[in-house]
Design a protein around this ligand. Sequence first.
Ligand SMILES: NC(=O)c1ccc[n+]([C@@H]2O[C@H](COP(=O)([O-])OP(=O)(O)OC[C@H]3O[C@@H](n4cnc5c(N)ncnc54)[C@H](O)[C@@H]3O)[C@@H](O)[C@H]2O)c1
Length: 254
Amino acid sequence: MPLAAYDLTGRSAFVTGAAGGIGRATAVLLAEAGAAVHCADLDEKGLRETLELITAAGGEAHLHPLDVTDRNRVRAAVAAAGDLDVLAAVAGIMHSSTVLETADEDLDRVLAVNFKGVLYACQEVARTLVARGAPGSLITMASGAVDSAGPGLLCYSAAKAAVVQLTKTLATELGPHGIRVNAVAPGWIRTPMTARHDSEQQHRAEATMARVAPLGRVGEPDEVAHTVLHLASDASSFMTGQILRPNGGVAMPW
Ligand SMILES: NC(=O)c1ccc[n+]([C@@H]2O[C@H](COP(=O)([O-])OP(=O)(O)OC[C@H]3O[C@@H](n4cnc5c(N)ncnc54)[C@H](O)[C@@H]3O)[C@@H](O)[C@H]2O)c1
């Protein structure tokens, strides 16, 4: 497949969580590949920094400050963005509490951001694609947490498992419309999210990755963004309903 398959010139992408970490790396890379990028996030300062990075590199970016759990705001932003071709639903939060200590409000917030926020963005973008009769690519952000269990991770991993089911279900429903839907399930990536863990947890994660990951290290946001670019572009034109795992090889079955 020629490299032109990765060229997104003339396409338009909506990226949630674009103010930092993996979402910012994704927005910057999709813009570098030629897409006009619509950046959505709660964090307005972070969004402006992303815009500066994209415009400084000669790309096109538009900002949509919003909370992904607010369906009306998501719908309005998608409508304002005009004809979209790509969605990268990256926004998410981490939460850790044991099952016995989990409060209703923690569960509700994590499901709202990490699952409903992805659902709303997929629904709103997919409806416009179907109405236009246009092909497109929707990319959701799951996590390596869907492949394993660990203390404290119920809310997060349950929400991410729901994202995987959403992705597979949508892939079956939207395939006949020429719309592809795939998930990315990263391993431990160095971002503001993981930097918020205390230093002992970070050390433990790095030591674990050094031991169990064939590549022996944690990942960088850009390495996940390249997986998203693959799924956003024609290079993955025969892929839908898949989960791609940029994770250093951790989940390899041996
Ligand atoms: N970093 C990792 O190791 C890792 C691993 C697996 C999966 N992920 C997933 O990748 C995604 C990005 O993670 P990250 O590490 O870049 O996190 P991050 O905290 O660095 O970035 C998340 C972004 O989402 C935004 N956001 C949070 N809640 C929002 C809301 N309600 N509405 C709009 N924006 C909101 C934040 O403002 C932030 O800019 C998340 O879905 C996360 O679960 C991360």
